[in-house]
Design a protein around this ligand. Structure first.
Ligand code: SF4
Length: 420
């Protein structure tokens, strides 16, 4: 008779919840020293220790240290934001010229098995859930390709049941027939699954740690596989081990101390760049947006948008206003000058236009964060509710016009796909 394998129980905390630093036996481990180094560096950073002289010294250097990064993220840098932004713009022009890459995200499934208290797709939220099947995916891809875009980012909620590696690889295979560059923003996967998706045609992996503050991470992720902090942390390394061309980093600014989270994301990216020098590194700078249903994660409201204006949406509080967001983007640019920085449609059009060419090198256009909203032929099908509320609804033509109006050049792709 076959022997039933022994089930090893996962370690649990006093409330019976899975230990946030535990690993499931099915998870690949990179056994990399990077996580320990990033968390130690983030914990040691003291953002109150810097003054204007430290910020100006950081601006004057051509290669900036982690100490410089902390100075640039410190409160002392905020009053000097114009000087900081001018230095960041010089770096952007030196590395990227006037090019601004354009892409659009395509949400193909909004099923999610995780509980994240800041997200509209959280498993506990009663929303309309949809997964596109191949015909629907093709209709969406055709509609987006018709706008002239050549880069796409495939997104799903994190659900092994509804959007596992096989489904994601199939969507990527379809996407690669329409687009020259395909990125994925899906659940963290093991190396073999990343390899399968890469071989189907995906080039880039985006995984955001949300917060590098382990205690806050534990609070915001009470259930689901996402609760395993370390497995998420090592996702970029697994993707690069599976031969992806590039990976993106980011923290959801506003969940915890945003300076420390931004510092940790930058150090994480630097560590991965050192370990994988060939990798293209990118940053996204999401901050909390109003979500459908859900709970507000922080006690206070930001005041930037009013829940009353957005019926059904909860506006989580945040101390990350546009000046702070710009400060973080400038710090990323000055610390890792070659990293791409994407500005999301979570931000309003005027702010996005202002940071294009200054620090941001990539922007999304023609965005819907709901499932199945691009193709007119799907108009009668049920659409899945959106992940969050967007602030910039401009289409591709309008974004191209806005980019050109700033003396910049919209770029649909900088990549030629070679057929095997
Ligand atoms: S943030 Fe991601 S993992 Fe969490 S509920 Fe939303 S879609 Fe799911």
């Amino acid at each position: 008779m076959a022997k039933i394998p022994e089930v090893v129980p996962l370690p649990r905390d006093a409330q019976g919840r899975v230990d946030v630093l535990s690993w499931r036996p099915s998870f690949d481990r990179m056994d990399s020293p990077i996580m320990g180094r990033v968390l130690a560096a983030a914990q040691a950073a003291d953002f109150t220790a810097y003054g204007p002289a430290d910020v100006r010294a950081a601006l004057a250097r051509s290669r900036r240290t982690r100490d410089d990064l902390a100075a640039l993220l410190s409160p002392a840098a905020l009053p000097l934001l114009e000087e900081v932004a001018a230095a960041a713009q010089r770096e952007t022009r030196n590395r990227f010229g006037t090019a601004i890459g354009l892409f659009t995200p395509l949400y193909v499934s909004n099923y999610c098995q995780n509980v994240c208290s800041y997200c509209g797709l959280s498993a506990t939220n009663r929303i309309s859930r949809v997964r596109l099947e191949p015909g629907g995916v093709a209709a969406e891809l055709r509609a987006i390709a018709a706008t002239g875009l050549e880069e796409i980012l495939i997104l799903t909620g994190e659900s092994a049941k509804f959007a596992g590696p096989e489904y994601i690889a199939e969507v990527v295979r379809q996407a690669a027939t329409y687009f020259r560059t395909v990125g994925i923003e899906v659940q963290p996967m093991n190396v073999a699954d990343y390899r399968r998706v890469h071989e189907a045609g995906a080039d880039f992996v985006s995984v955001y740690q949300e917060t590098y503050d382990v205690a806050a991470y534990e609070r915001y992720h009470p259930a689901g596989y996402k609760r395993h902090f370390g497995y998420r942390f090592e996702a970029q390394e697994r993707a690069l081990a599976a031969r992806f061309r590039g990976v993106s980093f980011g923290a959801l600014l506003g969940l915890a101390d945003f300076r420390r989270d931004a510092y940790a994301a930058a150090v994480h990216a630097q560590e991965v760049q050192r370990a994988y020098p060939h990798a293209e590194i990118g940053f996204s700078v999401p901050r909390l947006r109003p979500i459908l249903g859900g709970q507000a994660p922080l006690a206070e409201r930001s005041g930037e948008s009013s829940a009353a204006e957005l019926p059904g949406f909860v506006v989580p509080a945040s101390d990350v206003h546009e000046r702070e967001l710009l400060q973080v983007m400038c710090a990323y640019r000055l610390f890792l000058p070659s990293a791409g920085i994407t500005i999301s449609t979570r931000e309003r059009a005027e702010f996005r236009d202002g940071v294009l060419g200054l620090v941001a090198t990539k922007a999304s256009a023609g965005v819907s964060t709901a499932v199945g909203e691009h193709a007119a032929e799907l108009a009668d099908d049920p659409t899945g509710d959106e992940q969050f509320e967007i602030a910039d609804e401009r289409d591709v033509a309008q974004m191209c016009a806005a980019i050109r109006a700033r003396g910049l050049q919209p770029v649909m792709t900088d990549h030629v796909r070679l057929e095997a």
